[in-house]
Design a protein around this ligand. Structure first.
Ligand SMILES: Cc1cc2nc3c(=O)[nH]c(=O)nc-3n(C[C@H](O)[C@H](O)[C@H](O)COP(=O)(O)OP(=O)(O)OC[C@H]3O[C@@H](n4cnc5c(N)ncnc54)[C@H](O)[C@@H]3O)c2cc1C
Length: 406
């Protein structure tokens, strides 16, 4: 028997779960399909290796969805300062929450915490159905909408399907949507480290020849590192014994947090620049990494995805409230116009920054350092960058402005 919904969201990661949650708050009959049943409980230590810096705009969305208290209860860590500096020259940037109306610039949160808190919320919303384990293996368009077939043979149907199934989105391929992009031939090496000096609730980022090394503050006093390295160096660093790795890391850190005292498991994620050439098709939309994969150097990937989630949910709910059919392509086109340009601008900025720091010619290094100092010393420009990094820009979806959209 075919199960029928108004919307099916495929992919129950941070973006898909947020999309389903927003739709269900708006009374939309929604199914969330996810390959793996997400973990909701775990021992307090160790901190998971996958951590994201969430902006104020993302926090607003998660608060409006009711997930934020569950995240705070599981543990989030504010960062109040951000210090970025160039290892090759004297350029530096310093953002301080004291220059804003907020007590922090954002929060560092384990990805599993965001997912668990959203799934907890979904359990409380009567119009949401979570289907897991559920792997979508086929998608067809028919006169009733989109029909999905799961690996176990179940068939589900909806007026609209939203794919939030990640960077290698199977549904994007099933819809025949192509992508543009390239491999960076760089990895993001991640690990949790113990440092001699306190992180001071500051996000530290040092630009080195192969890419930036970030130390991000965690709730237990440790730091999460995200180290952009060439694929070859990353492979080499993964293979080092802990003590040797800590030595290399300490050197790369420029001693900013003193001695590196301990490190947990390490993992490396190959980095790619990629965007879907279209965010939509008939009765179909892409959200999150399925639509755009960007360099993590400014920690914006999931923040952009949460804005996608808030935007598509707002448009679906509005379409229903105006008694227009969800088969209409109008709200999908609005979604694409709304989010694609914003995401492309963010991705291109990250890409340009990464390239700027890849240069080794001395005059260019001097130029980039001078640029950095110019931004740092020009309060209006700095305030603009700061608000942009906090996700507080024009044309935000309602949820990101702490307004309800249902
Ligand atoms: C090293 C590194 C550091 C990062 N740091 C930050 C940061 O600080 N801040 C930030 O904003 N971003 C950061 N990012 C980016 C961020 O991790 C991603 O943007 C985010 O995880 C994307 O979320 P998503 O929900 O779109 O996709 P995913 O997290 O990939 O979730 C997709 C989900 O879909 C499910 N799925 C896939 N296929 C199917 C199928 N066929 N059927 C059913 N389910 C399916 C998967 O199981 C998965 O749960 C970082 C990325 C990296 C690599």
């Amino acid at each position: 028997m075919t199960e029928r919904y108004e919307v099916i969201v495929c992919g129950g990661g941070m973006v898909g779960a947020a999309t389903a949650c927003a739709l269900a708050h708006g009374g939309i009959k929604v199914a969330l399909l996810e390959r793996f049943n997400p973990t909701r409980q775990w021992p307090p230590e160790p901190i998971d290796i996958r951590v994201s810096a969430l902006t104020k705009a993302s926090q607003n969305i998660l608060e409006m969805l009711g997930a934020w208290p569950g995240m705070v209860q599981r543990g989030v860590c504010p960062y109040r300062d951000m210090r970025v500096w160039d290892a090759r020259a004297d350029g530096e940037l310093h953002f301080d929450c004291a220059d804003t109306e907020f007590n922090e610039l954002g929060h560092l949160v384990e990805n599993r915490i965001t997912v668990a808190a959203l799934w907890d919320q979904l359990d409380t919303l009567p119009s949401a159905t979570c289907v897991t384990p559920a792997t979508v293996v086929d998608m067809q368009l028919n006169e009733n909408g989109r029909q999905l077939r799961l690996e176990d043979g179940r068939i589900l149907e909806a007026d609209v399907v939203i794919a939030a199934d990640g960077r290698d989105s199977a549904l994007r391929a099933m819809a025949g949507i192509s992508v543009t992009g390239w491999e960076y031939h760089q990895d993001g090496l991640v690990a949790t480290v113990t440092t001699e000096k306190s992180h001071q609730f500051t996000a530290w980022q040092r630009f080195l020849d192969e890419g930036p090394l970030a130390f991000l503050p965690l709730k237990n006093g440790q730091c999460s590192i995200v180290w952009t390295l060439s694929s070859a160096t990353s492979k080499n660093h993964l293979a080092l014994a802990d003590q040797d790795f800590l030595q290399v890391l300490e050197q790369a850190s420029g001693g900013i947090l003193g001695k590196m005292l301990g490190v947990g498991p390490r993992a490396a994620f190959p980095l790619r620049f990629q965007y879907a050439n279209s965010y939509i098709d008939q009765r179909f939309a892409l959200c999150g990494d399925a639509a755009h994969a960007m360099h993590p150097l400014a920690g914006q990937g999931v923040n952009a995805g949460l804005l996608d989630a808030a935007a598509i949910a707002e448009l679906v709910i509005q379409t229903r409230q105006e008694n227009r059919p969800l088969s209409s392509s109008r709200f999908l086109r609005r979604y694409e116009r709304w989010r694609k340009g914003d995401n492309l601008m963010m991705m291109s900025a990250m890409d340009a920054l990464n390239k700027t720091y890849g240069v080794t010619a001395k005059p260019l290094i001097g130029l980039r350092s001078a640029g950095m100092n110019r931004v740092n010393n020009t309060s209006l420009v700095k305030a603009y960058f700061n608000r942009y990094a906090m996700g507080l820009r024009d044309d935000l979806p309602k949820l990101a402005k702490k307004q309800i959209c249902w």
